[in-house]
Design a protein around this ligand. Structure first.
Ligand code: CS2
Ligand code: MG
Length: 416
């Protein structure tokens, strides 16, 4: 495409790698008339792969393109790469796409959600991450999250006999303290954790019985199986927790085996959520068309951006599934803001994950989204409503960090 002399011509694009509490990769695109847009390109544990994909292979292709041509740029980067899908490619495309939507909304002088159809609700119901090494600590953590304003809670606990378990914070959250759980560790090699699914299956139902006894039947409770069960084990757990009326059971099995969800669906009415490790609508086709899941867990950052997420969530709506956009702290405030604009606009909104970022992160990313009375709102600033402070970013240099590797008690590598 020849260089286009339009105000929206892309003049420059740069990647910013920073580590305020944890690693983030951000893309900033600037147009000829000085409008900037941000995109989140963070892939926990593999950040530099995405940064290189962008800097070495994508940024040179962007210079001179018309920033207003978002769909064409998406197709150009997706089909033009020849090698399709995958977390690195789709995170890179997501960063470009999100930055272009940021630019378009800024140029239009309105918050992004207005370009996505306007508000369908006053705010997006958020859920927080309560956890405890044991039930008393978990109950304290739930109380702390309720005090912090959450109206839906994810519940994760330690498992008797296992040293450390996914999702259990290092300490119980005090009065509204942030959930201090960062799975990626700055160690030369990934930390190794041990897992015993049978001990987990024996323990979890009693945890939800204790939580329901303490907090009653109304509080929406979520749980993340984090990919570790076989289909029949997931079916067993889904059935065992039916009396506790979960909002959802997440990642009950490794979701790429889409057909496995048929078996789980046959055994339990517990709602199912899957998709945070997916990066394309094609990862969902069986799950959605056969109505095997109730919530789509993808993040804007990992699934090709706002353009792709809107298409995915519109497909989900056809089959009765709702959004449950992934929102851990390894999704940057830029990715979180993009999610919130979609959350506000789409009809089939379900719930939004919201782990509050480390205060250092918010020194780098100046956000305008709010969390009030359990609801998130992207704010009314033009664009995404997030700006990146380069001076602050420079204060937090990148440090390699790896997600844990999980092994069964006999040493066999297992899903983490
Ligand atoms: C988790 C994630 O939030 C969740 O549902 O599955 O926190 C996941 O462990 C991290 O995103 C991995 O980087
Ligand atoms: Mg999860």
């Amino acid at each position: 495409m020849s260089r286009i002399e339009t105000p929206m011509r892309i003049e420059s694009a740069e990647t910013i790698v920073t580590s305020p509490g944890r690693n983030f990769v951000t893309l900033r695109i600037t147009t000829a008339d000085g409008v900037t847009g941000l995109g989140d390109a963070t892939l926990n544990g593999r950040e530099l792969a995405v940064e290189s994909y962008l800097r070495d292979h994508v940024v040179p292709l962007l210079i001179g393109r018309d920033a207003a041509r978002i769909e064409d740029t998406w197709q150009y980067l997706y089909r033009g790469a020849y090698w399709r899908r995958g977390p690195v490619t789709m995170a890179a495309i997501a960063a470009v796409d999100t930055a272009l939507w940021d630019i378009k909304a800024k140029a239009a002088g309105m918050p992004l959600y207005q370009l996505l159809g306007g508000a369908s609700r006053s705010g997006a119901l958020a859920y927080g991450h309560a956890s405890g090494r044991d039930v008393p600590e978990l109950l304290d953590s739930i109380r702390a999250h309720l005090d912090a304003g959450y109206r839906a809670i994810r519940v994760q606990t330690g498992i008797p006999g296992l040293d450390s378990v996914y999702g259990v914070a290092a300490s119980a959250a005090g009065d509204g303290e942030r959930y201090d759980y960062e799975p990626a560790r700055r160690t030369p090699l990934p930390v190794e954790e041990s897992w015993d699914t049978r001990a987990y299956l024996r323990h979890v139902p009693s945890v939800f019985e204790a939580v329901r006894n303490e907090f009653g039947p109304e509080l929406p409770l979520l749980h993340d199986g984090h990919h570790r069960m076989t289909p029949i084990q997931a079916a067993r757990l889904g059935k065992a927790v039916e009396p506790y009326d979960l909002f959802w059971l997440e990642d009950a099995t490794p979701g790429e085996d889409q057909a496995a969800l048929r078996l789980i669906r046959q055994h339990t009415t517990t709602p199912l959520a899957i998709g945070e490790v997916f990066n394309s609508v094609h990862d969902y086709t069986t799950l959605l068309t056969e109505r095997l899941i109730d919530y789509v867990r993808s993040a804007v950052t990992h699934t090709g951006g706002v353009t792709a997420m809107k298409k995915l969530l519109d497909l989900a709506a056809v089959y009765g599934a709702k959004s449950g956009i992934h929102g851990p702290t390894d999704i940057s405030p830029v990715g979180m803001a993009a999610a919130l604009h979609l959350d506000l606009a789409i009809h089939n909104f379900g719930i939004q994950e919201y782990m509050r970022h480390d205060p250092r992160t918010l020194e780098v990313f100046r956000t305008s989204y709010t969390f009030t009375d359990g609801l998130l709102h992207p704010g009314e600033n033009p664009g995404l409503g997030v700006e990146l402070d380069d001076g602050a970013a420079a204060r937090f240099p990148y440090e390699a960090a790896y997600l844990p590797v999980n092994r069964l008690l006999d040493g066999t590598v297992h899903d983490w």
